[in-house]
Design a protein around this ligand. Structure first.
Ligand code: PGA
Length: 225
């Protein structure tokens, strides 16, 4: 089983998201190869749009096997008077996964280890699987994280993906328990996806840019053999 975790970041309006979904669905209808991969359990898609677009994915999640929803962040808080926050508790039964500690959150919103730990705990408490993003070996790993995504900052959005041997070397220093899935993210595209996924030490990829265009995202999954 390989995981494809799409991260839209802060992109797309409601109408743009609807357009993406229509195109993606019509591709699924005309080319059964992706559906076969999803149905056979070879591939699982975890799609992480911004919060305001999650509801648009309700139908695709219900009708397409192994297509799940994730979020890009959760609150450190349980629930209560925290204006503007989205809690893990409020997402139960809808989003099954959450990206936590993405380098953009650490960099632009000053998320620290305590915040990240609290967010992972909130996910764990509410049955949401956390995808902890780390920038390198120096970032802390928290025992409750279900996935660890290695995303070197210099590879994000630059087209300069990290070579496979570097990714494997980082993983070898993390000493992850076998139950934790290891993901690579940073300029994953149709040309390099298979190289990562053909390795048994890598459980999935986390494409950002390549998830924004439905044709490209479809083609990315098609390239997994
Ligand atoms: P990218 O983004 O695929 O555009 O490099 C990946 C990410 O930041 O998660």
């Amino acid at each position: 089983m390989k995981y494809i975790i799409g991260n839209w970041k802060a992109h797309k309006t409601i109408s743009q998201a609807k357009e993406w979904l229509e195109t993606f669905k019509s591709q699924l209808d005309t080319d059964s190869s992706i559906l076969d991969k999803l149905q056979s359990g070879k591939v699982t898609i975890i799609f992480c749009p911004p919060f305001h677009l999650l509801y648009l994915f309700e139908n695709i999640v219900k009708t397409v096997p192994n297509f799940h929803l994730g979020v890009q962040n959760v609150s450190t808080q349980d629930e209560g008077s925290y204006t503007g926050e989205v809690t893990a508790k409020s997402l139960t039964g809808f989003a099954k996964y959450a990206i936590i500690g993405h380098s953009e959150r650490r960099r632009f919103f000053h998320e620290n280890n305590e915040d990240i730990k609290n967010k992972i705990d909130q996910c764990h408490k509410n049955g949401i699987q956390s995808i902890l993003c780390i920038r390198g070996e120096h970032d802390s790993i928290f025992p409750e994280a279900n996935f660890v995504a290695y995303e070197p900052q210099e590879a994000i959005g630059t087209g300069d993906n990290a070579p496979l041997d570097v990714v494997l070397n980082v993983k070898s220093h993390l000493n992850l328990p076998a139950s934790v899935k290891f993901i690579y993210g940073g300029s994953v595209n149709t040309k390099n996806v298979q190289e990562y996924l053909s390795h048994d030490q890598i459980d999935g990829v986390l494409p950002g840019t390549a998830s924004l265009d439905p044709h490209e995202f479809f083609s990315l999954i098609k390239h997994i053999t």
